[in-house]
Design a protein around this ligand. Structure first.
Ligand SMILES: [Zn+2]
Length: 883
């Protein structure tokens, strides 16, 4: 009996163990399908996975498979963890650190011989970066990430096995905040008349679509996270950034890219882009997927994109644009929807299999993204060794080139108009993987001597082409000079005989934008240099006794932060209206005079240190004419037509610690603005968008309409009662028209239309200046231009230019703050029709009853880049509340 029950117990125990083991085994090994976690199939009609759901799924994958691991990149703008997945074979996963090290060694080249490079290339794995969801409203790519992970972890196909063995995939959600914002907006609208309405706010806390224009300036935290991953940690061979605005009716746009091509790219990058693109095209044809187009619309001129910024880092960038209807809503297309030139299905070298119309669903777009991602991975895996060796080869070529030809180095002296900003530029370069050095001793370059401490960027480094791409002047090519050469190869714009505009900016030279003085070494540089590990501007301090006041220079942007902190603490600040002398030194207008009795010395000491400022103390009373500065009460207009310029302005105010209040249309319509605010900022936006907003029926009712003419009248009243209206760039036209200002926009009838608005019978434009840097003159005696050089570079970006109408009796005349000089305007980019701008005003103060309108008619704060002209915006705020 006892014996029997013992056996029974044994059998039961064994059975339980087998059961538990089996269960455990299946829990650990079975990879869940996306549907099991999300509750719907990836790409299902009307369903978008949120970032939280995607993350939940990826965590389940990490539990189930040794071939995926999650890491945190950093935080997003609203503080979510930004997670990326590494997917590769279990064996590779064991040796990630080694593969990372190989990747880095080959990328940086330092000290490698050809033979060592070949050995490392044989041993290494092809690291491939793929992201989805950068532009959140282009929603298929982020959803495709989920399916791609599942397919890679579960497929038994030889192609996928090769990928897992030979490549390491870094799979990234590039804009997690946006992914959630979009799902939150879309889902409640499904089944209502507003199912496909635009979101009335940006799909990123600050910059929306411009998150793909930020990559050389790395202002936003998401850009910083991705930049660190790419340029300091993984050094991928290929970086693939998915988008979803295919040129209709094509279903996907893939490389080869369009013209023009940035000159600072190693030819191997271009060759590989073409090869990978062709491999992708072949994969689509093998799967019978129609409508794949190349060499159309998307060029690689501007290096601020997530893709193009890495071209000059010897990374093969791949951009695709899958077709989208709207969100997860399906749509049926007929031939009637097609543009004329696509109706007869004419085939071409770069469009050999036209799409014929029919249904297009989110899942179709996801499938196209999957085909292209897998083709990229497969190509990387197949060519693993040669790709890795080529990575080394490109870096080596760049180093060899700049050992033998100029520029040999860039020299950044410490005598700068705004020294902390110069250091900031170098910090950005370091984040982007550039080695910066400091001279140990004085040296001479091209006959000029530089003191010890001078910063130097030698060009004998693997990513030197990037420095060249952002430091030199851009000379945007006029492709129409050789029309036959480029015919059919460029994006089909209907500009007869006209230049072909770039997809984005034509010129961006960073030292110009940031107001940083640099020089170039045209002969080989001989200097003893030490590598800068962490860039710190020279320490700030408070100099001299401070019985009466502390003096802050108006030339340094960080002074604004200091003044804002003083004002916040209740300190008393005077603003010099004329120059004055203290201790044998002349202080220009705009110098901030912080009265000593209102702040403590230790507070000023800490400001000087933290903000790298030289603050001068003085015991003698200053008798110059001054304004009294007050913390301005700032209203920043926010349209329901989501406006990136508003987001950038908001971001900039936060960086420089200007308090502000966002106001919407309803508040402008309600009026009583002067009671609440001193200064009203209208970010760059069209008059139509500001006044009329969204049309009825296109969006839920609470977001319909703009400020209306009533709001415009309220703005006028705000100014008449003593308020200051600051209009930025395009919105100057709103101010001129709606407030009836005595100012003309001289470009009104000659501005070329925006890309999509070009009519068929368009004439060649007589004036064209697509995002470029122009020379400008500033009146630094005017409060708005305090602290500016008399001449400085500024960004022209769809900007107006002003002529002033004579003022009428009893009215105060308008005052020019900045203007274009009488020649030599173009500094970087492209300008046709310079004569229209000569001597025209670019920034104006227009008095109106008790108040004033400040027209800042250029990109003073464009994308948070031109540190050299931020002052005009900041000064406008102070000027608006100064007494
Ligand atoms: Zn996009």
């Amino acid at each position: 009996m006892i014996r029997r029950s013992f056996y029974l117990l044994k059998i039961i125990t064994l059975a339980v163990l087998i059961f538990l083991f089996g269960l455990n085994f299946s829990l650990a090994q079975r990879v869940p399908t996306p549907e099991e976690i999300l509750g719907f199939k990836v790409g299902a009609d009307y369903y978008l996975a949120t970032y939280q759901q995607a993350l939940q799924y990826f965590r389940a994958l990490e539990q189930a498979s040794p071939m995926i691991k999650l890491f945190e990149l950093g935080k997003t703008s609203i503080g979510k963890p930004m997670i990326y997945a590494v997917i590769t074979s279990a064996d590779n996963m064991e040796n990630l650190d080694r593969f990372k090290e190989i990747s880095k060694k080959l990328a940086l080249v330092k000290g490698l011989t050809d033979e060592e490079a070949r050995r490392l290339a044989a041993e290494g794995r092809a690291v491939v970066y793929i992201d989805g969801g950068l532009h959140a409203s282009e929603c298929a790519p982020a959803q495709h990430n989920i399916q791609l992970a599942y397919d890679l972890l579960t497929s038994e196909s030889p192609e996928i096995r090769l990928i897992l063995d030979s490549a390491i995939l870094l799979l990234i959600f590039a804009n997690p905040d946006g992914m959630d914002m979009l799902a939150d907006w879309y889902h409640p609208n499904v089944g209502t008349p507003y199912e496909v309405s635009s979101m009335p706010w940006l799909y990123h806390k600050y910059v929306g679509h411009d998150n793909n224009r930020d990559s050389y300036m790395v202002n936003q935290v998401e850009t910083q996270n991705i930049t660190r991953l790419v340029n300091q940690e993984w050094y991928p061979v290929i970086l693939y950034n998915h988008h979803q605005t295919g040129p209709f009716p094509a279903r996907i746009w893939i490389p080869p890219n369009s013209e023009p091509t940035n000159p600072n790219i190693h030819p191997l990058v271009v060759r590989w882009q073409n090869l990978v693109g062709s491999a992708m095209g072949a994969a689509f044809e093998q799967e019978g997927k129609e409508g794949v187009i190349s060499r159309f619309r998307y060029d690689s001129w501007y290096p601020g994109y997530v893709t193009q910024v890495v071209d000059s880092h010897n990374i093969i960038s791949i951009l695709t644009e899958t077709q989208l209807y709207r969100y997860a809503t399906p749509h049926f297309y007929t031939l009637n929807d097609f543009p004329e030139e696509f109706k007869d299905f004419t085939i071409g070298v770069f469009y050999p299999n036209p799409w014929k119309g029919g249904w297009w669903r989110l899942r179709d777009a996801v499938d196209y993204c999957l085909t292209s991602s897998k083709a990229v991975l497969h190509t990387a895996a197949k060519y693993r060794e040669v790709l890795l060796y080529n990575k080394y080869k490109m870096g080596k070529d760049v180093i060899t080139r700049f050992q033998n030809e100029p520029p040999y180095a860039w020299i950044i002296p410490q005598t700068q108009w705004d020294l902390p900003t110069a250091a900031l530029l170098l910090n950005k370069m370091m984040l982007l993987g550039i080695d910066v050095y400091k001279a140990e001793k004085s040296f001479v370059s091209d006959g000029i001597s530089y003191p010890a401490g001078t910063w130097v960027i030698p060009m004998t480094q693997a990513f030197a082409l990037f420095v060249k791409a952002v430091f030199e002047e851009q000379n945007y090519p006029d492709l129409t000079k050789y029309p036959a050469l480029w015919q059919g190869l460029v994006r089909p714009q209907i500009f007869p005989g006209a230049y072909l505009p770039p997809y984005d900016m034509a010129g961006w030279t960073l030292p110009y934008q940031m107001g940083v003085k640099i020089s170039v070494a045209n002969t080989p540089l001989e200097a003893s240099l030490s590598h800068v590990k962490k860039m710190v501007p020279p320490t700030g301090s408070v100099e001299g006794g401070s019985g009466y006041a502390y003096l802050l220079s108006p030339t340094t942007n960080n002074s604004f932060i200091a003044v804002n902190r003083v004002l916040k603490k209740g300190g008393k600040v005077l603003w010099a209206r004329e120059s004055f002398n203290v201790g044998g030194k002349t202080y220009p207008p705009g110098t901030s005079i912080i009265l000593s009795h209102s702040v403590s010395r230790s507070f000023m000491d800490s400001l000087a240190k933290k903000l790298f400022l030289t603050i001068r103390g003085t015991g003698s009373r200053i008798t110059a004419k001054t304004f009294r500065l007050r913390a301005p009460r700032v209203a920043l207009y926010k349209s329901w037509i989501a406006n990136m310029d508003e987001g950038w302005t908001r971001w900039l105010f936060e960086q420089f610690e200007f308090p502000y209040t966002n106001i919407h249309d309803a508040e402008v319509r309600a009026g009583e603005l002067k009671e609440r605010f001193d200064v009203l900022i209208i970010p760059s936006q069209s008059t139509n968008a500001i006044v009329n907003g969204h049309r009825r029926g296109t969006i839920p009712p609470q977001y319909v309409g703009g400020i209306t003419s009533k709001g415009a009248r309220n703005i006028k009243r705000f100014v008449e009662k003593g308020g200051t209206l600051v209009a930025l760039n395009s919105s100057c036209l709103f101010a001129i028209d709606m407030l009836d200002l005595p100012v003309n926009d001289v470009l009104k009838n000659i501005r070329p239309p925006r890309r999509r608005e070009v009519p068929r019978d368009a004439k060649p434009p007589v004036f064209a200046c697509p995002g470029s840097i122009l020379r400008m003159e500033f009146d630094s005696n005017h409060p708005v231009a305090y602290g500016m050089l008399e001449e400085a570079p500024a960004i022209f970006n769809r900007s107006p230019a002003f002529s002033l109408l004579p003022s009428f009796e009893g009215k105060k005349a308008s005052v020019v703050i900045a203007k274009y000089p009488d020649g030599g305007l173009l500094m970087s980019g492209y300008l046709k029709g310079e004569k229209y701008l000569l001597n025209k005003a670019s920034a104006v103060e227009v008095p109106l009853a008790k108040g004033k309108v400040i027209l800042l008619g250029f990109g003073v704060q464009n994308r948070g880049q031109p540190h050299g002209t931020f002052k005009l915006l900041f000064n406008s705020l102070y000027y608006g509340s100064a007494e």
